[in-house]
Design a protein. Sequence first.
Lengths: 201, 92
Amino acid sequence: MKLIHLIPLISLTAAAYAAPETFDFKDPKGVNNAVFKLDAPLESVNGSASGISGTVTFDPANPAATTGKIVVASDSLTVPNPMQKEHLHSAAWLDTAKYPEITFEVKSIANVKTDGDVTTADVTGPFTLHGVTKEITVPVKFTYLKDKLGARVPNLKGDLLVIRANFSINRDDFNIQKGQSEDKVADEIDLNLSIAGACAQ
Amino acid sequence: MKRILQLLAVLVLVSAGIIWLATDANRGWTKTSVMVKTLDPVTGIEGISYEKKFLPGVDFLGASVVGAGVLAGISLFFRNQKQTQPKTETKP
């Protein structure tokens, strides 16, 4: 075999190891979730959102170059109390009919630290909620699971990227009942994002 | 009628208390579903789903107290039934 015949093979192998991968976060297993918590006098309001989609391009060799956008469908926000859920979706609060998406886009990454398959970083980008966009910085943990897609979705080969983030926002900043009802529901909203994206090969 | 309404009021209060105690005595708001967490073994993510379950809270207790109060209140508009005692004839 001539050396020239090996060049495409070497190039392909090199590309497979070096190229950034694009992970799709639309989860067919329905495991991806964003949990939110607001303090309230009787009991805290705990709920979750499951309508998560978006893509993230991640290069395990260069996590600082990560780009992407995560979208949460506003109407997928759920709380166990039906009246609270109705209020949450209503025009007075999130107005999910008018603002159907909550988004976060990666603009820049700082303080990148990688230990094995785990990378931690501070991700900065525009966060849009209730039609208001504000730039925020979120501490994010990326876990790159090479060749693990098959363990989750049979007959598929590929990699998984798990993203975890815990951060807080203030509803006042996003014009959600600004300065109102603070005796009923706290201004601060704790958010906990746990999502896995797949990159099939 | 007065007696029936008062008994109903007590029945509403007692049954609400029993239901509340039997369903974990939830001291929060009433819930119609509960969060169930399941661990995804590959990613380690705790998936969240909701299971339909009625979990009465303090608002349920409050509504029961109000309901019982209304029944008891309505009962006040009814007069006590006069008990007619049979006349006893005195034998000479």
